[in-house]
Design a protein around this ligand. Structure first.
Ligand SMILES: CC(=O)CC(=O)C(=O)O
Ligand SMILES: [Mg+2]
Length: 218
């Protein structure tokens, strides 16, 4: 059997589990309650996008927002993983965008429908190169930022997260077995806004990684 390299996790087609409203400042900017339990939703493997290809706004949306997030790449699977050993299951990280069709999400929310159309469309999960675990010794204190056409739009720190990475791994794995190659998106800080065709999105974690994506339309 040929062994696969987790540093190309987006090619594996594993789960993308997203945490919503994990930063109080972002929950408040969208008039959402600050959660007392993690809010979870999923993206599909066809959401993945790597640098060099454009983010495509779906035909059914006129308001796709950027959400910059730290992604956690699972290296060792497990079910009901205790918080105390959760970090042993992490292979590394990726800077990620949770592109969101906000107009569609608002409509789904008002009708009590799931967020799939808003969150899981093709190209809705642009990712950076894989960041080995050793390069981020404290993932609970990492600055993540995003500029649109050179203007800073999001500039947050993972220390603002309501639920920590070990807690999230433990919580999620009680419900959904985690596997090697799965990705957890840990939520976005404030500053989300709509992107336009031809916009350039440039994002980074200082001294660790940066990534650039352009925006197109289907
Ligand atoms: C309201 C949202 O879209 C939640 C979300 O994805 C987040 O990162 O927060
Ligand atoms: Mg998000």
């Amino acid at each position: 059997m040929t062994s696969r390299n987790v540093s190309r996790f987006w090619e594996w087609g594993k789960k993308i589990i997203c945490v919503g409203r994990n930063y109080a400042d972002h929950a408040k900017e969208l008039n959402n309650a600050v959660p007392t339990e993690p809010v979870l939703f999923l993206k599909t493997p066809s959401s993945y996008l790597t640098e060099g290809s454009p983010i495509l706004i779906p035909k059914y949306s006129t308001s796709v927002h950027h959400e910059i997030e730290l992604g956690v790449v699972i290296g060792k699977g497990g079910t009901a993983i205790p918080q105390s050993s959760a970090m042993q299951h992490v292979a590394g990280y990726a800077l990620c965008l949770d592109m969101t069709a906000r107009d569609v999400q608002d409509d789904c929310k008002s009708k009590g429908l799931p967020w799939t159309l808003a969150k899981a469309f093709n190209t809705s999960c642009p990712v950076s190169e894989f960041i080995p675990k050793e390069r981020i010794p404290d993932p609970g204190n990492v600055k993540i930022w995003l500029k649109v056409n050179d203007q800073m739009r999001q500039n947050g720190c993972t220390s603002q997260m309501i639920f920590s990475i070990p807690f999230l791994i433990s919580y999620i794995s009680e419900i959904i077995t985690l596997e090697e190659g799965d990705l957890i998106l840990t939520g976005t800080p404030k500053g989300v806004s709509a992107v336009q065709v031809h916009d350039e999105l440039h994002a980074g974690i200082d001294d660790v990684v940066s990534m650039t994506f352009t925006v197109g339309r289907l």
